[in-house]
Design a protein around this ligand. Sequence first.
Ligand code: ADE
Ligand code: ZN
Length: 328
Amino acid sequence: MTWRDFPKIELHLHLEGAAPAAFIRGLAREKHIDISTIFAPDGGYAFRDFSHFLQVYEAASSVLTTPRDFGRLTSAILEELADNGVVYAETFLSPDFCGGGDLAAWRDYLAEIEDAAQAAEATHGITLRGIVTHIRHFGPEAARPIALCAAETAGDFIRGYGMGGDESVGKQGDYAWAFDCAREAGLHLTTHAGEWGGAESIRQALDDLGVERIGHGIGATTDPALIERLVEDGITLEVCPGSNVALGIFPSFAAHPLAQLRDAGVKVTVSTDDPPFFHTSMTREFEELNRAFGWNEADFADLNQTALAAAFCDEDTRTRIEDKLEAP
Ligand code: ADE
Ligand code: ZN
């Protein structure tokens, strides 16, 4: 079996961030929107650092203007994921980019995304669930309507709530209203923490937002007491090694603390974050981790079990996915 064929679960994937550059370029051309500066000569996305990445990300997202665009995008992404052996994925969905936080518009966008997910499940056997996400650097007030969109559409497909964006803006606790609203609606919770913000950002996420998963979480590496807490509380990290390497947080996969965190007993999972931006895929992540740490099929099967246990889906779906992991 090749690493491409090996079954995989991906828990941390931004829908707009998974848009192939050619897909975005095609939409820009159709709509006569000039975003040529966000592309490199080789046709991929071009950015200098994390802050510039967020700007390029928003410019790319600006050509996704209709529910149909998001339906087409979801279909393209799920075909690509299935081709990489992914059997279950959770994706971050941002009402900010889907109707600007207006609930009626959000319902229209979501309907197209769900239709595309159902069709992909029938065609490729891949299951998708959604995590509604507000953008941190848009501020706490802007997060409120996003949380209301999440609460109103919580159900079989929308399973969680989260926060992405610039971790240097404000504190995790500034967004407690949005997370409380989502929790009351029965949604599971995760937030980007300890990608750029260090251990303190992770502590705040646990103390002030009460999340059950952490996006990235690599900032815990330098804080043994926090690592102990993550282990004791059974917090799962959505680690994205290729993203961290591409953004220059670590020089290589071999220098990444993923194996160290796993050896310390932390529940770690592996995802791609924004694969075309970071020139990665779930297959490449597995290949690089095999090369860097010698992880074998048993290690990746173990990783899958951790991801399955931490997935925000309902129990029937979890059982179905477990069967797929056992019979690749
Ligand atoms: N949005 C998309 N990718 C992100 C990342 N790596 N960190 C924070 N917000 C994001
Ligand atoms: Zn992310």
